[in-house]
Design a protein around this ligand. Structure first.
Ligand SMILES: NC(=O)c1ccc[n+]([C@@H]2O[C@H](COP(=O)([O-])OP(=O)(O)OC[C@H]3O[C@@H](n4cnc5c(N)ncnc54)[C@H](OP(=O)(O)O)[C@@H]3O)[C@@H](O)[C@H]2O)c1
Length: 326
C-alpha cells in the first residue's frame, strides 16, 4: 500500500511517501480501503515528539493519522455488523496508520456512514469530531437544552464540530471566537454560530454576556479570559491546547469562588473506557453532519502533500480541515 511514514521525530520533512505491505485485519478488526485521511494538530504534536515519552504513543518509524473515511476492504475473525464495500469512518482514538491507502482498525472504532448521504471528505473531517463533541457535551459537562455555549478557535478541526452538536442539543445561543477576519468570515458562512468574535477583544467585547458552557481547545490567554465569561455555575470544558502554551494554569481560587466547574475530555482515553458512549453519539453525529450542521471548510490534498499539510497546521495558515487522498 501507499503510505506516509514519519522516519523520526522532527520537522515536517521527516514525512515521506513510501510503499508498505498491505495490512490484514486480525480478530475483531476491520480493514478499510482509504479514500480520505484527516490531518489534525495531534498528528503534528506526535510527529514533533511532544508526547514521545507517553506510554503507548507512536515511536518512529510510524504512519501518522487517526481518522480515515473509505470502504470496508476485509473483515477480521469474529467481526459482525459490517459488509465488504460498506462506507465507513474510523474514530480518532488510535494513534497511527491513517495516512495510507489501507487502514486497519478495531471494530469498536469504526462507524458506518452507509445510510447517510455524506461526502467522504466531509465524513472524515466532521463525523469523528462531531461524535466526540456529542460525548463531551452530554457526558463531560451534561449540557442541557436552552443553554448558551462559547467555542474558542471556532473553525479549528475539532472546534468546528461543536456548534452543530450544541445546536442539535438545543443550545439557545452559540458564539465562536477566532483570531482573524479571514477565519471569522469562513466560520460565520459555514457553521451554525450566532456570531463570531475576535478572541483578542476578550473578555470585554461581549459586554455583560455570560455563557453556561465554554468549549476550549485553545488554552493560554483565552482560557484565563473564559473564567470571566462563565455564567453562575458555568462549565469550562478543556479539550486541547492549540495555543501551545503548555505551562498555562488556572487559578483554583477563581474556580471555587465563582462556582465554576472545569471539566476535561480526551477522546483517546475516554472512548476505550466508555465504549457504550459511541453508538448514541455516532447516531447524533451522523444526523448532524448529514443535515449540514458541520459543513466546515475542507481542503483536499494528495498524500504526497502530507509534509506541506503539517507545515501549514503548525504555521496556522489552514482554514478548516485538511484531508489527504491516497
Ligand atoms: N480532546 C480531544 O479528544 C481532542 C481531539 C482532537 C484534537 N484535540 C486537541 O484540540 C486542539 C486543536 O486541534 P485541531 O486539530 O482542531 O487544531 P486546528 O485545526 O489547528 O485548530 C486550532 C484552532 O485554535 C486556534 N488557535 C491556535 N492558537 C491560538 C491562540 N493562541 N489563540 C487563539 N486561538 C488559537 C486556531 O486559530 P488560527 O487558525 O486563527 O490560529 C484554530 O482555529 C489540539 O490541542 C488537539 O490536540 C483534542
Amino acid at each position: 500500500m501507499k503510505a506516509v511514514q514519519a522516519s523520526q521525530f522532527g520537522a515536517p520533512s521527516v514525512l515521506t511517501v513510501t510503499d508498505l505491505p498491505d495490512p490484514t485485519p486480525g480478530p475483531g478488526q476491520v480493514a478499510i480501503d482509504v479514500t480520505h485521511a484527516a490531518v489534525g494538530l495531534i498528528d503534528v504534536y506526535l510527529r514533533q515528539g511532544l508526547f514521545k515519552d507517553a506510554p503507548g504513543l507512536p515511536q518512529p518509524p510510524y504512519v501518522p493519522g487517526l481518522e480515515v473515511a473509505g470502504t470496508v476492504r476485509a473483515l477480521g475473525e469474529g467481526v459482525t455488523g459490517f459488509t465488504v464495500g460498506e462506507k465507513v469512518v474510523s474514530l480518532s482514538t488510535h494513534g497511527t496508520g491513517g495516512y495510507a491507502s489501507v487502514y486497519v482498525s478495531d471494530q469498536a472504532r469504526v462507524v458506518s456512514t452507509q445510510d447517510y448521504d455524506i461526502d467522504p471528505a466531509l465524513a472524515v473531517a466532521a463525523v469523528p469530531n462531531a461524535l466526540m463533541a456529542h460525548i463531551a457535551l452530554t457526558r463531560a459537562i451534561s449540557m442541557s437544552a436552552g443553554e448558551s455555549v462559547l467555542i474558542h478557535g471556532a473553525l479549528g478541526g475539532l472546534a468546528a464540530a461543536f456548534p452543530g452538536i450544541a445546536r442539535q442539543l438545543g443550545a439557545s445561543r452559540v458564539v465562536g471566537t477566532v483570531r482573524s477576519e479571514r477565519m471569522a468570515a469562513a466560520a460565520a458562512s459555514k457553521l451554525p454560530y450566532d456570531t463570531i468574535i475576535d478572541s483578542a477583544q476578550l473578555p470585554d467585547m461581549l459586554g455583560d454576556e455570560k455563557f453556561d458552557a465554554i468549549v476550549d481547545p485553545v488554552g493560554g490567554l483565552v482560557r484565563t479570559h473564559s473564567l470571566d465569561l462563565l455564567a453562575p455555575s458555568g462549565r469550562l470544558l478543556l479539550v486541547g491546547n492549540a495555543s501551545g502554551d503548555w505551562d498555562h494554569g488556572i487559578d483554583g481560587n477563581r474556580i471555587w469562588q465563582g462556582n465554576i466547574t472545569v471539566a476535561g475530555f480526551n477522546a483517546g482515553s475516554y472512548v476505550p473506557a466508555h465504549p457504550e458512549a459511541v453508538q448514541p453519539a455516532a447516531e447524533a453525529a451522523l444526523k448532524a453532519v448529514a443535515s449540514g450542521l458541520a459543513d466546515t471548510e475542507i481542503e483536499v490534498l494528495p498524500l504526497t502533500d502530507a509534509a506541506n499539510a503539517h507545515e501549514r497546521l503548525e504555521n496556522h495558515t489552514t482554514e478548516g480541515r485538511i484531508v489527504l487522498t491516497p
